[in-house]
Design a protein around this ligand. Sequence first.
Ligand code: XIL
Length: 320
Amino acid sequence: AKQAGLLYFGAATDTPFQRERAPYPQSYAQYDAILNSPTEFGQTTPTNGQKWLFTEPAPRLFNFTEGDYVADLAASTGKLLRCHALVWHSQLAPWVETTNWTAPALRDAITRHIRAVAGYYRGRCYAWDVVNEALDEDGSYRKSVFYNVLGEEYLRLAFSAAAEADPGARLYYNDYGIERPNSNKTAGAKRLVKMLQDAGLRVDGVGMQAHLHADNHPSEAELVATSEAYGQLVKEVAFTELDVRIKMPVDAAKLEMQKEGYQKVVAACVKVKACVGITVWDFYDPFSWVPDVFPGQGASLLWFEDFTKHPAYDGMVETF
Ligand code: XIL
């Protein structure tokens, strides 16, 4: 990936405490060997540990145990760390959703949360996903507790607080389903970024999560066009949560389509100057979020349960 001009190719990972569907205990040694290998992944992201649910489970009660596990792992294995995510409607601490907010109180809570979390990790995050998934499928704003109380102001507040709390981190807007050039949601992402910039705020990157489907993924040309379009607005783009899910059961034809999906992301990122890197959302199928959330789908990552590799692995290596 580096030889091809990317800054990194990485894999997100969870903490041992949060891996909900751990397979066999002996897998951990093999899993860790791949994760820690300097030749597999040059970057990592905590899949859960830095989310609000874990970092501020009760008002003003901050806990960095989960996030530190992955941040420390990044430091000890020499990987870049992408940090994820400061403001998101999901995996929120329940108190954020059950409080009957006034606008000033929610403004304070958001600012306090970002100051504490991004401040704590200051200097360690290559990038922060400052706001995650603020858009609905039609490109309009998602009706979260943040939006319902503050409107789009919460986005400005978040980017402004993050810039203060960690001036060295690249500040990203991150979302899924914004990988195709002509969708309403992609238009929404561009509008959102412009809105922040028009307010004088710094937005450094757009993260395309890229949770793709083996049987229906964007073409290389589409991925290039979308990345270029974001690259007109911001300095960098990244594929931040790549996986390519299969409708179970797995067969050779589906694995081939999956490989093509992965290859297209690699080819597009290599072609687009603004594209700094690719992160797969974990690398070992039993630790994927996909089967939990999309029953009947899975095998979306690069290593099968028995630690043999998907064809997509060599496919990507060839494409680089
Ligand atoms: C997922 C995690 O991987 C799961 O372990 C968790 O149960 C739910 O969240 N978009 C995101 C990620 O931005 O934070 C999500 O991660 C996957 C979808």
